[in-house]
Design a protein around this ligand. Structure first.
Ligand code: ADP
Ligand code: ZN
Ligand code: ZN
Length: 725
């Protein structure tokens, strides 16, 4: 049986293996990277062929044939992507099938779905030209179509006006050999020139251009408004001019119509857009436009990283520090790290941009692994905002806002400018409590208080989503003494409405912008520039360019100063810097007011007096002393179950099986929020000085964990380079 061929398939099941099949009984042999329909138990599943092999660990007699090669056995994932996906499942130690099938647009996980036919164009043949010259005869419609085609190749749009039967007419012309069709060539970009680059921008562009055709990671570390996006646009223009393709990844909230408009305007064509909010058909369309080489530019969020793109020459990742680049469930990968890996495999440059780079990237840049480009001035010559720290213990406070801050807002509005208030807590109040007996609303399924959403009259858990009607009287003592403690964005909105009744107030948070399009409407309204007030959460921190905004008030970032999560200070610094960066982006200077209980905290002091880079270096030094990432390497073995006992038992047994070596193991310990959605969550922390040491011990350990009986009573997963504790 020397010429027997086995088909190795990745299937969307949570098992750490590929599955072997015999070739289909009829039809083509499916190529690696193509979809197949195969039997598994009593189910039929769509999988992706990873390789063809002449041997199998399973006896041939026990193997079943592939039911059907889909897409005519043609690959939809190229060899480069297959190898990247293989690296992913090995590095992140996740089930291969979930990684590979998860990389496909959801529509293609279905056997009946097919790749859309690329747009065609139609050309007149010599015979067709002759027929045209002989006049319409008894076929005036055919003649009309030939006349249209005589002006040059056309696409569907040019032929539809001929009438609803145009496709039939076209088919007749084709049958007679008068017309042929071919895939339409991609749109030609018509870039318009941007501003003259500053010297720093120019140097960054030149450095990346010099690395075209080879791998190098570049960090574009530029303060907000320093012209990072202009650098991207210049580079994209160069790539497109050479006939290459580029991939731009942005954070979930960063993919706004404003950004796309800027790309479209400067580059002169419509980029393909890929994100998880698209309808399945739209996503498939964009994905196959990229895969067939029709789309020269893909702009997307995390999952767009796995888009096939022939002749990909540049990857750009904007706001590289953003947490949304790490997937937090299932296949827990870092799109930033995998993007760097993809660039390395393709031997192309990758550009990571941020005003507040992650400590990982700063570390890589300062050790010379990344080229480091700093843009330290605003491109428009706007001055950087000035800071005012308000010690809330010494201030009169109204509904969470210092009177000094309210006065500053009033002055800003009087000058005809805009102001924003940032508070990273939506809802009306973080907790509803009884002033008589101390009862407070807490989630039955999580270690968390329920947030009071006053206008909706509900108590909502922001962690598991469970909610109930807000009681009017205390459920414990029946007193009419329930009050909200602390503030959320809805309360700030109310306070501001009372104080500034004539000014439009726009709330930017998940509740206020839940309906599609609202966020973009809000952004448009602010950009129009008339005086208005914004109040919102993290959503305000992301990349918006509001020229009329001159005052930013930051309310309560204090919990980060004493958090149990070692990344909390890094995130706090990034948030403060990003929010502050919304102020004074054009000709008028900006001011940032920070309200805190801890004005003397050394971290805060350092950030405000020395800036983000010095702050980041100080945090890095602290991490180095503790051996924490990026000075060390971490993995978590996460487990959860309804009862804590099961979780603990599994993790204890797992810890006992950990092979000896240099990796240190801590735990089991509870997650920072132990109960979430009715489940107890705990983990083991694995920490090593080198990546190879860490992986070298985890790899032989995982098969042992799968054998553990206690592992069946708990849900568990490994998380490499974890971002959340
Ligand atoms: P970032 O992406 O770093 O926040 P942008 O690229 O959005 O910065 O630039 C901020 C503003 O400065 C934009 O209005 C942009 O058009 C303008 N800008 C960028 N580069 C230049 C330049 N070289 N000359 C003049 N204006 C510029
Ligand atoms: Zn009470
Ligand atoms: Zn909850």
């Amino acid at each position: 049986m020397s010429n027997t061929c086995f088909v190795q398939v990745a299937l969307p099941v949570p098992l750490p293996q590929l599955f072997d099949y015999l070739p289909p009984q009829n039809g083509p042999l499916p190529a690696p990277g193509s979809r197949v329909l195969v039997p598994l138990g009593r189910r039929k599943l769509v999988g992706v062929v990873i390789s063809l092999s002449d041997r199998s660990a399973v006896a041939a007699g026990r193997l079943l044939p592939v039911i059907e090669a889909l897409d005519a056995g043609q690959p939809i994932l190229d060899a480069g992507l297959l190898s990247l996906l293989r690296w992913c499942w090995q590095y992140y130690k996740h089930a291969p099938g979930e990684v590979v099938v998860g990389a496909l647009p959801p529509a293609l996980r279905n056997a009946t779905a097919t790749l859309p036919i690329p747009p065609q164009r139609y050309l007149l043949t010599a015979a067709g030209r002759e027929r045209l010259q002989r006049g319409p005869g008894r076929a005036p419609v055919q003649h009309q179509m030939l006349a249209v085609l005589a002006d040059g190749p056309c696409r569907d749009e040019a032929l539809t006006p001929i009438g609803s039967q145009w496709r039939k007419t076209l088919a007749i012309l084709a049958e007679n050999g008068w017309v042929i069709s071919e895939p339409a060539p991609p749109d030609q970009p018509h870039p318009v020139s941007g501003p003259t680059l500053t010297r720093d921008q120019d140097e960054a562009v030149a450095a990346v251009l010099a690395d075209f055709g080879r791998f190098r990671c570049h960090l574009l570390d530029g303060i907000t408004g320093s012209g990072k996006t202009e650098v991207y646009l210049c580079l994209l223009e160069s790539v497109l001019q050479r006939g290459g393709k580029a991939l731009v990844l942005v954070p979930e909230i960063g993919l706004t119509p404003q950004l796309l408009r800027r790309f479209r305007h400067r580059l002169g064509f419509e980029p393909a857009v890929i994100h998880s909010g698209l309808a399945a058909g739209e996503r498939l369309e964009a994905w196959s436009a990229a895969g067939s080489g029709r789309a020269a530019l893909v702009v997307g969020t995390r999952s767009a990283l796995f888009t096939p793109m022939p002749r990909l020459q540049l990857i750009i990742l904007d706001e590289e520090h953003d947490a949304s680049f790490k997937q937090q469930d299932g296949f827990r990968y870092s799109a930033r790290d995998v993007a760097v890996k993809r660039a390395a495999e393709l031997q192309i440059p990758v550009l990571l941009g941020s005003a507040t780079p992650s400590l990982e990237s700063i570390n890589n840049a300062s050790e010379g692994r990344y080229a480091w480009h700093r843009l330290r001035e605003r491109a428009t010559q706007a001055a950087l905002p000035s800071w005012r720290v308000l010690d809330v213990r010494q201030q009169d406070i109204v509904g969470g806002l210092a009177v000094t801050a309210l006065d500053a807002i009033a002055e800003t509005l009087e000058r005809g400018e805009q102001a924003m208030v940032f508070l990273n807590r939506r809802g009306y109040a973080p907790v509803l409590m009884c002033q008589s007996c101390g009862w407070h609303g807490s989630c039955e399924r999580c270690d968390a208080n329920l947030t009071w959403h006053r206008s909706a009259g509900r108590l909502v858990c922001h962690h598991c989503g469970s909610q109930r009607r807000a009681p009017r009287l205390c459920p414990d003592c029946q007193a009419d003494a329930l009050v909200g403690a602390g503030e959320g964005t809805q309360q700030l909105e109310e306070v501001l409405e009372r104080r500034f009744p004539d000014v439009p107030i726009l709330r930017f948070d998940r509740d206020a912008t839940a309906r599609k399009g609202i966020l973009d409407q809000h952004i448009e309204e602010v950009r129009r520039g008339h005086p208005c007030l914004l109040v919102g959460t993290q959503m305000l921190a992301k990349g918006h360019h509001f020229p009329g905004m001159t005052l930013v008030v930051i309310v309560n970032i204090d919990q980060a100063l004493y958090s149990a999560d070692y990344r909390a200070l890094e995130r706090m610094g990034q948030t403060i810097q990003q929010v502050a960066g919304r102020a004074g982006r054009s000709d008028k200077p900006g001011t940032v007011i920070l309200q805190t209980l801890h004005p003397e905290h050394p971290a805060l002091d350092l950030l405000l007096s020395k800036g983000y880079e010095d702050y980041a270096r100080w945090l890095l030094e602290e991490r180095r002393l503790a051996g924490l990432p990026p000075a060390g390497y971490q993995a978590l073995l996460r487990a959860d179950a309804h009862d804590r006992g099961s979780v603990e038992r599994f993790l204890e047994e797992a810890a006992a099986l950990f092979p000896p070596g240099g990796t240190r193991l801590f735990g089991p310990m509870p997650a920072i929020m132990e109960r979430l959605g009715g489940r107890s969550r705990m983990y083991l922390v694995l920490q090593a000085a080198s990546r190879s040491e860490l992986h070298g011990q985890i790899d032989p350990w995982l098969p042992c964990l799968r054998e553990l009986k206690s592992g069946r009573k708990a849900r568990w997963a490994i998380d490499l380079d974890p971002q959340e504790l």
